[in-house]
Design a protein around this ligand. Structure first.
Ligand code: ATP
Length: 310
C-alpha cells in the first residue's frame, strides 16, 4: 500500500507546483485581457536596455476590422515621463499592450533603445518593463511572496533584505512590520485582506524589486481616499524618478508635471505638449478636459491639485 502512495504524493506535490505557476501566469495575463499568441523570433537578439528610450514609429493596429490605433508616433526619452489621456475606448491601454507585445503592430514599429521589440524574446522584453496596474493582482500567499514576485522568472535569488528594501522604498515596510505575522502575513484571495492603498504599495514594491528601466502605470479610475492617494503619489514619484515612465492617466491633476502629455482620441494622437502648453490654447481638447475637472472640483468643493483622489 505505502508503495502505492509514494509516487502519488510525489505527483501531487509536483502537480500543485505546476498548477500554481499556471494560475500566476493566468492572473498576470488577465491584466491585459486575453492576448493572441505572439511568436518569438527564430533568432532573437539580446535586448539591451541601458537607457530605456521608447519610440512608437507610425504604429497602426486593429483587433479586428476597425483600426484601433492610427499612425501613432511618439517618443519617451530615457528617464522622462509621458502621460496618455483621452476618452474611454480611445486606445490608451492598447498602446501599453503593444509595448508589451501582447499583440503585434500591423504597421510601423516599436523600439526600445533603438531595438525593434519583435526582434527579441518576449520574456526579456517583459523583464525590462515594470507595471503598476489599475487593480493590482495579488496572489493568495504571503506579502513576502507577493513582493518577491517582482523578480520571478529571473535566476537571481531574492533575499529578505531585497524584499524589505523594496517595501521601504514603497513606504509600506513599517506597516508590514505592524502586522502580527509581518512579511509572512497572508494577503487572502486576490489580496482582499489588504486595503486598496496597501495593495498598490505592494505593487510598487514589486516593481522596485524588479528594478526595470521602464515603468508603465495605469492609474486607478476608482478613487482611493484623499490621504492615501496623496501618499501613494509620493511613492509613485519615487519609483518613476530616473525611470522612463508611460502613464495612462484619468485625473489630469496627477500628470501636471509630466514631460509630455498625449491626448488620444479615436486611436489617434490629436494633441501633445506639456500641461502649460496645452492649457494655453483654449481651443484644445485638453483645455476642455482640464476645465471640466476644475468645474467638477468646484462643484464638489475639493482642491483638484491638493486632493488628486477626486
Ligand atoms: P479605457 O479608458 O476605457 O480603459 P482605452 O482608451 O484604454 O479605454 P482600449 O482598451 O485601448 O481603450 O480600447 C480601444 C478600442 O479597442 C475600444 O474600442 C475597445 O472596445 C477595443 N478593444 C479593446 N480590446 C479589445 C479586444 N481584445 N478585442 C477587440 N476589441 C478590443
Amino acid at each position: 500500500i505505502t508503495q502505492l502512495y509514494g509516487p502519488l504524493t510525489w505527483f501531487g506535490t509536483y502537480y500543485r507546483v505546476i498548477q500554481k505557476n499556471f494560475i500566476d501566469m493566468e492572473k498576470l495575463l488577465e491584466l491585459f485581457d486575453e492576448p493572441i499568441e505572439v511568436k518569438d523570433p527564430e533568432f532573437p537578439a539580446p535586448l539591451n536596455v541601458p537607457n530605456g528610450e521608447i519610440v512608437f514609429d507610425n504604429v497602426s493596429f486593429s483587433y479586428d476590422r476597425q483600426l484601433t490605433l492610427k499612425n501613432v508616433s511618439f517618443k519617451v526619452p530615457a528617464g522622462s515621463t509621458v502621460a496618455i489621456v483621452g476618452p474611454s475606448g480611445s486606445g490608451k491601454s492598447t498602446i501599453l499592450r503593444l509595448l508589451f507585445r501582447f499583440y503585434d503592430v500591423q504597421a510601423g514599429r516599436i523600439l526600445i533603445d533603438g531595438q525593434d521589440i519583435r526582434g527579441v524574446l518576449q520574456t526579456q522584453l517583459r523583464q525590462a518593463i515594470g507595471v503598476v496596474p489599475q487593480d493590482t493582482v495579488l496572489f493568495n500567499d504571503s506579502i513576502r511572496y507577493n513582493i518577491a514576485y517582482g523578480r520571478a522568472g529571473t535566476n537571481g535569488g531574492v533575499t529578505m533584505t531585497d524584499v524589505t528594501g523594496a517595501a521601504d522604498g514603497a513606504h509600506i515596510h513599517d506597516r508590514i512590520m505592524g502586522f502580527p505575522d509581518q512579511y509572512e502575513t497572508r494577503v487572502g484571495e486576490r489580496g482582499q485582506r489588504l486595503s486598496g492603498g496597501e495593495k498598490q504599495r505592494v505593487a510598487i514594491a514589486r516593481t522596485l524589486l524588479k528594478d526595470p528601466r521602464i515603468v508603465c502605470l495605469d492609474e486607478a479610475t476608482s478613487a482611493l481616499d484623499t490621504t492615501t492617494e496623496r501618499n501613494i503619489q509620493t511613492s509613485l514619484r519615487d519609483m518613476t524618478q530616473n525611470r522612463t515612465t508611460l502613464i495612462i492617466a484619468h485625473r489630469l491633476s496627477t500628470i501636471i508635471h509630466a514631460d509630455q502629455i498625449l491626448i488620444v482620441k479615436d486611436g489617434e494622437i490629436v494633441e501633445r505638449g506639456t500641461h502649460a502648453e496645452l492649457i494655453a490654447d483654449s481651443s484644445s481638447l485638453y483645455y476642455d478636459m482640464w476645465m471640466k475637472q476644475l468645474t467638477d472640483a468646484v462643484n464638489a468643493s475639493y482642491d483638484p491639485i491638493l486632493d488628486p483622489a477626486n
